[in-house]
Write a protein that binds this ligand. Structure first.
Ligand code: SF4
Ligand code: FES
Length: 244
């Protein structure tokens, strides 16, 4: 299908966009789900998880950092792209210590939910079993770096919404890791509070509010009841409603 002015097509469906909108935002506004882990409505995109890569004509691009342009013909929900997304998800699992049955985030975890959405039945790759520092110094918040997928969401949430800049990612490649901007490098000596968006935005079990882990029983948690697609569309719609 050939798109008309100010529309793109995704998997053959014509979708309107406004100037400056990314493909991700245009898609979600039209209730077309593009899988994502590091995108969050209202935060500037970082383009680091690569789950949202789509095909535009004969090239690939991350939908969250690519502006919509009239006439783009985009493929999103294809078996090839979803297979690549599943492999990426499997790599994220084995790169960290994502042992779902022993993680209190189970059922509320976007990585786990993405695995379900993409039909991931096994980890496929060998686990790294890496050891990264856990920071339990804060009275109310735990940071377990061994589960961090370096999505950068806490960094952006703290900087853009909380106005605090508590987190940063240091190092590159396999050396990349999350650091805390405080005199000691410990969360206890930062300005972080449980009411910060950064305290609740982590898609996995790397940042947890203490003593809440099992308040909602397993089986009644977010992704026990909804798919990550439904929640992704809902998060976008809620943000748009707030902005009105
Ligand atoms: Fe992302 Fe959580 Fe790691 Fe922060 S701690 S970078 S939100 S996975
Ligand atoms: Fe686009 Fe992560 S959602 S790269």
């Amino acid at each position: 299908m050939q798109a008309s002015q100010n529309t793109i097509t995704i998997d053959g469906r014509e979708i309107p966009f406004t100037a400056g909108q990314t493909i991700m935002d245009a898609a979600l506004a039209a209730e077309v789900y593009i899988p994502h882990l590091c995108h969050y409505p209202g935060l500037p995109p970082s383009g680091n998880c690569r789950l949202c890569v789509v095909e535009i004509g004969n090239r690939s691009a991350a939908a969250c950092i690519t502006q919509a342009a009239a006439g783009q013909e985009i493929r999103n929900n294809t078996s090839e792209l979803n297979a690549a997304r599943k492999a990426l998800t499997q790599m994220l699992f084995v790169e960290g210590n994502h042992i779902c049955p022993s993680c209190e985030k189970t059922g509320n975890c976007k990585l786990q939910a993405m695995g379900y959405y993409l039909g991931m039945l096994e980890d496929h790759f060998p686990y790294f079993y890496q050891r990264r520092e856990t920071d339990a110094s804060h009275p109310d918040i735990l940071l377990d770096r061994s589960r961090c997928i370096l999505c950068d969401l806490c960094v952006r949430a703290s900087r853009e919404v909380d106005g605090k800049n508590v987190f940063a990612i240091a190092g590159r490649g396999t050396e990349a890791h999350l650091i805390v901007n405080s005199p000691t490098g410990k969360l206890a000596d930062s300005t972080m509070e449980t009411t910060d968006l950064a305290a609740t935005i982590c898609p996995v079990g790397a940042i947890l509010i203490k003593e809440q882990g099992y308040r909602v029983p397993i089986g009644q948690r977010i992704y026990d009841q909804h798919t990550i697609r439904d929640i992704g569309l809902q998060e976008h719609a809620t943000k748009k409603q707030e902005e009105k």
